[in-house]
Write a protein that binds this ligand. Structure first.
Ligand SMILES: Nc1nc2c(c(=O)[nH]1)N[C@H]1C(S)=C(S)[C@@H](COP(=O)(O)OP(=O)(O)OC[C@H]3O[C@@H](n4cnc5c(=O)[nH]c(N)nc54)[C@H](O)[C@@H]3O)O[C@H]1N2
Ligand SMILES: Nc1nc2c(c(=O)[nH]1)N[C@H]1C(S)=C(S)[C@@H](COP(=O)(O)OP(=O)(O)OC[C@H]3O[C@@H](n4cnc5c(=O)[nH]c(N)nc54)[C@H](O)[C@@H]3O)O[C@H]1N2
Ligand code: SF4
Ligand SMILES: [Mo]
Length: 888
């Protein structure tokens, strides 16, 4: 239990009025109300926040469960030993200064994150680019949005997202390209679902190689060949021309480059597109007809487009069709890059990418001079720094000798992650600022700096629709954690840069940032929030969409047809489609696609703390078509090993016809803290888009083979165990009242039963049931009647009993005889229900409860909602409820 701050900021006593803040996860940027009900901190959607109007998703709703201190980094550490802030900050400043003095400013780097607040981000960028004098600050947005940024800049002359969420509701056609919005931007998806319900004639087209929860809403799903999107949009452009659907008046007035662009696509027929994209001609034709006929069209694009070695070109192929039809800057008409992280946009605003300067300025001599004068910077960087993948390559080969990582976990999330780990291992000086004590990255840190987490700090974030919202604190900062901006400023001061970093708080940093956005701007740059000055309003800042000038906020950009290029016109660009860099071959015949699951956030450091969020999907998996599973010699539920020349991972096979033959999908979330060998990044080739530097995360050739485990088991304990030595494959997840470890291995030791008991290493009485030899073991460790551990072992995985009801036995003060017997039999006794896998995370409704209700006559999503509450809070599980209802 954590105490929360009173509304006026004092610590201790509970408050009654909820605190209004913003969810720290996805780029939807939902406003939330945090309050305390009884012992729990509850998080609800803020009805007054324009992004979500009261809605929330499973991750947001579970935020209250992620606030415990058990795995937090609470004190600074040097070489794994606790130290005080002075020593830690002096060490960082000294080591950075030393490397700079010996090897120059380009021998140091920062790797930061779209999960920093704008104020944190601003000072980090200022320190590197204005004072240290290097461009070597890059951000995980490189992995996320950099192709969209580059595409925007090529087309619009600025990194501007033209539309807003309301445009999706106003549109008559919404095209979702490479977006699994139902799981990744759930609240925007809910808004779309509601609109579609109100206006069923509104059309939704999904373009994604695999069938996803998002496909549930789509009138048309184009299961495109991986990587082929530019063909589809080039073909569409030609179709628009053929059908005389080009807005020539708009083009003449507001666009350049359309002649050569239209020339490039001329002759590209529907049959050719269908072949290139692996689609039926009729489906391509239907999509083209819908697009041609529907003026109010929004095309939402995300990582299926961006994360590609030709991501920037794909972005421009999408923007091209919107420019050609003048469908931009109008209500219900826009190309829409939906951002991933809560502050991906804020990072772009402060210039967090190595090739940008602050406030949407570039490395031109005029901008370098302007920013330098504004900052009174002693040492402005004169050229862009290294982009993430190149930056870590420079760490690997020793060009970068001191690296500071803030709010990101590159040992998991960068491509070729084993090489990244090796780079961190050899780097002479690594600093990691994080909120948790142990990550796959922080194990390599020389210095660990404890950052204040969500709920403990103040600042702002910008969501996908350019809306700036406040994050407000509602809890006292635990231990010695400090906000990231403070940590950066303290290091800057100790490096001798006191004059630029004397801010007393985030409000002052924000107003400096706002002032820079307006500095010598006069309408020449899109990013201008100088209308928010003076900063007296910071505490009560309302969620507003930039540009924010004296005229107020701006929901839609480019309504006047004016763009930020030298000519004031937007640009269409001729695009030549390129295939993914690495093709499949005999050794690696399957194309690995990677992405997100509904209830986990990236490397699980926070969502992995909520048992609720691990109840839906609790193991790394690889989804594949039954045909490919047969070819690879694996089957549903079995373990498989994915590998290629870079590395390997273990995961459980999920057979699904939603995967196209030849493609497999694995989630990005699993890492060494939660599983043995589950880091998908280990397989990804470090190939990037030549312009944006964004990695090709969606198309990696791999091979899949059975992981022929000869034994399977699980262990439940009150404390987490390290199973590395005991099992070839293991996972470790939090359940409500215990930790659950799934384990399996190739060889079984003769004394396996005892080995595991040793590992659990607790005193007490074992009650057990076992076969002679090691084919079966079922044991429970009980101390004074209280259950401490459960351990099951079988030759075959499917002989293991369901786990969910077993977890509930950890609730009991003493185990009854009936419960002990039921436990060893592996079957719930009378009155002990097994609800099965949790489908609805909000109300903990399991699959078995749902199928039972269905058998008893609940034949619709609504009926399941009335009977079990399933799907009635965030609605993220509704696509799955529908699947269950459709199951024969
Ligand atoms: N639950 C949850 N939500 C999140 C996050 C999270 O970790 N968990 N992270 C946030 C972040 S930072 C981001 S960037 C966003 C990402 O949000 P999304 O981009 O929606 O998510 P992904 O799952 O990465 O990928 C989207 C889809 O692209 C498809 N795809 C793969 N290859 C291709 C292709 O060649 N063409 C097309 N058209 N599609 C393809 C994949 O099959 C996948 O369904 O999610 C944000 N929201
Ligand atoms: N294969 C594959 N890889 C991918 C992707 C993919 O689709 N496929 N997607 C890529 C994308 S789009 C993204 S955005 C990245 C995300 O990848 P990462 O950024 O590496 O993932 P996170 O787990 O979000 O890392 C955030 C870290 O910051 C810490 N943290 C949280 N709050 C704070 C804070 O306030 N201050 C500080 N200092 N630390 C904090 C968290 O504990 C965590 O360790 O992954 C990328 N990698
Ligand atoms: S959609 Fe969910 S994860 Fe995203 S901001 Fe809203 S509540 Fe948070
Ligand atoms: Mo992202």
């Amino acid at each position: 239990m954590r105490t929360i701050a009173t509304a006026n900021g004092a610590h201790g006593a509970p408050y009654s009025a909820p605190i209004r803040t913003t969810c720290p996860y996805c780029g939807v940027g939902c406003g939330v109300l945090v309050s305390r009900e009884g012992d729990a901190i509850t998080v609800r959607g803020d009805p007054e926040h324009p992004a979500n109007l009261g809605r929330i998703c499973s991750k947001g709703a579970a935020l209250g469960e992620t606030l415990s201190l058990d795995d937090r980094l609470l004190y600074p550490e040097i070489n794994g030993e606790r130290t005080d802030w002075n020593t830690a900050l002096d060490t960082v400043a000294h080591r950075f200064a030393q490397v700079i003095a010996e090897h120059g400013p380009d021998a140091v780097a920062f790797y930061v994150s779209g999960q920093l607040l704008t104020e944190d981000y601003y000072v980090a960028n200022k320190l590197m680019k204005g004072y240290i004098g290097s461009g070597n600050i890059d951000t995980n947005s490189r992995l996320c949005m950099s192709s969209a940024v580059a595409g925007h800049k090529r087309a619009f002359g600025s990194d501007t997202v033209p539309g807003c969420y309301e445009d999706l509701e106003l549109a008559d056609l919404v095209v979702l390209v490479g977006s699994n919005m139902a799981w990744t931007h759930p609240v925007v998806f809910q808004r779309l679902v509601a609109e579609k319900k109100a206006r069923p004639e509104m059309q939704v087209v999904l373009i994604d190689p695999r069938g996803t929860a998002t496909a549930d809403l789509a009138d048309l799903h184009l299961g495109i060949k991986p990587g082929a999107d530019a063909w589809l949009f080039n073909g569409l452009l030609n179709h628009l021309k053929r059908e005389d659907a080009i807005d020539w008046t708009y083009l003449e007035a507001h666009v350049e480059g359309f002649g050569p662009t239209l020339q490039t696509v001329s002759g590209l027929s529907i049959p050719t597109v269908a072949t290139q994209c692996g689609l039926a001609e009729t489906d391509v034709a239907t999509f083209y007809r819908l697009f041609t006929q529907t003026t109010k069209t929004v095309t939402v694009f995300s990582q299926g487009i961006n994360q590609s070695s030709s991501g920037v070109d794909k972005v421009n192929s999408v923007i091209n069709v919107h420019l050609a039809t003048g469908r931009i800057g109008k209500p219900g008409a826009a190309p829409f890059s939906i951002t991933g992280q809560p502050n991906a946009m804020g990072g772009r605003e402060v210039g967090g990418l190595a090739n940008q300067l602050a406030a949407h300025m570039d490395f031109t001599s005029a901008d370098i001079d302007r920013v330098g004068r504004f900052w009174h910077a002693p040492n402005m960087a004169q050229q862009p720094g290294l982009k993430a993948v190149d930056l870590f390559e420079a760490v690997h080969d020793g060009r970068i000798k001191a690296l500071w990582i803030m709010a990101t976990n590159p040992a998991v999330s960068l491509p070729d992650s084993n090489r990244v780990a090796a780079a961190l291992h050899t780097c002479p000086f690594v600093v990691v600022s994080d909120v948790v004590s142990r990550t796959d990255t922080s194990v390599y840190a020389d210095v660990k700096l404890p950052a204040a987490a969500w709920g403990e700090k103040e600042g702002t974030v910008t969501n996908s629709e350019r809306r700036i919202s406040r994050q407000r604190s509602f809890m006292p900062a635990p231990g010695e954690v400090r906000p990231d901006w403070w940590i950066v400023n303290e290091v800057a001061k100790r490096m001798g840069f006191g004059e630029g970093f004397g801010h007393v708080g985030p409000a002052q940093i924000f107003s400096e940032h706002a002032a820079l956005s307006g500095f010598e701007n006069a309408g020449t740059r899109d990013f201008d929030i100088s209308g928010l000055l003076p900063p007296a309003s910071y505490d009560s800042l309302q969620p507003l969409q930039w540009p924010l000038t004296s005229q107020g906020e701006t929901p839609r950009m480019f309504a006047d047809g004016h763009f930020f290029t030298p000519s004031g016109k937007a640009r269409m660009l001729p695009i030549t489609p390129r295939a993914p860099m690495h093709a499949t071959d005999q050794a690696t015949p399957l194309l690995l696609n990677t992405g997100r699951i509904r209830d986990q956030w990236h490397t699980m450091t926070r969502t992995g703390k909520a048992a609720k969020l691990l109840a839906h999907i609790d193991q790394p998996f690889i989804e594949m078509h039954p045909h490919d599973a047969r070819q690879a010699g694996v089957e549903d539920g079995a373990l498989a090993r994915l590998s290629n020349a870079n590395g390997d991972m273990l995961a459980r096979v999920v057979e699904s016809r939603e995967q196209q033959i030849g493609s497999v999908f694995a989630p990005i979330h699993w890492n060494d803290q939660f599983t043995g060998r589950g880091r998908v990044g280990a397989l990804i080739h470090a190939v990037t888009d030549p312009i944006s530097g964004q990695p090709e995360f969606k198309q990696t050739p791999v091979t899949v083979a059975a992981y022929a485990a000869s034994w399977h088991g699980f262990v439940m304990t009150r404390e987490a165990l390290d199973c590395t030595a005991a099992a070839g494959y293991w996972t470790r997840v939090r359940a409500k009242t215990c930790w659950r470890h799934e384990i399996a291995g190739l060889e079984i030791a003769a004394d396996a039963q005892l080995q595991m008991r040793d590992l659990i290493g607790l005193a007490g009485d074992w009650i057990e049931m076992k076969d002679a030899g090691v084919t079966r073991y079922r044991g429970a460790l009980i101390q004074n009647g209280r259950l401490l551990a459960v351990y099951f072992l079988e030759r075959e995985a499917d002989r293991l009993p369901p786990r969910h009801w077993l977890e509930s036995l950890f609730d009991r003060e003493t185990l009854s005889d009936v419960e002990r017997r039921a436990l060893l039999l592996g079957r719930p006794g009378p009155g002990m229900a097994d609800n099965g896998r949790i489908i609805c995370a909000c109300f903990g409704v399991g699959e078995k409860s749902l199928t039972k209700a269905m058998a008893e006559g609940a034949t619709s999503v609504e009926a399941l909602g009335i009977q079990l509450k399933a799907g009635t809070n965030c609605g993220s599980c509704i696509p799955e409820l529908k699947h269950l209802l459709q199951r024969p």
